[in-house]
Design a protein around this ligand. Structure first.
Ligand code: ZN
Length: 61
């Protein structure tokens, strides 16, 4: 199954609904990819406002 990015939190998932924000606003059209393994000690996570580990897109259209 193709991965999609959540338009709200930018998380990349294969599910129909975002597990983080419980929304269906997912997009196939995204750029970049960051994997956050330790969001509490990640500057990228802080910059992107991520507070859960996972895969995230940098830009979602
Ligand atoms: Zn989300």
């Amino acid at each position: 199954m193709k991965e999609r990015a959540c338009k709200t939190c930018r998380r990349i998932i294969t599910a129909q609904i975002c597990p983080t924000c419980k929304t269906y606003t997912l997009s196939y059209d995204y750029d970049g990819l960051v994997i956050i393994n330790d969001y509490q000690n990640s500057q990228i996570a802080e910059k992107l406002n991520i507070n859960e580990n996972g895969k995230y897109a940098l830009k979602v259209r």
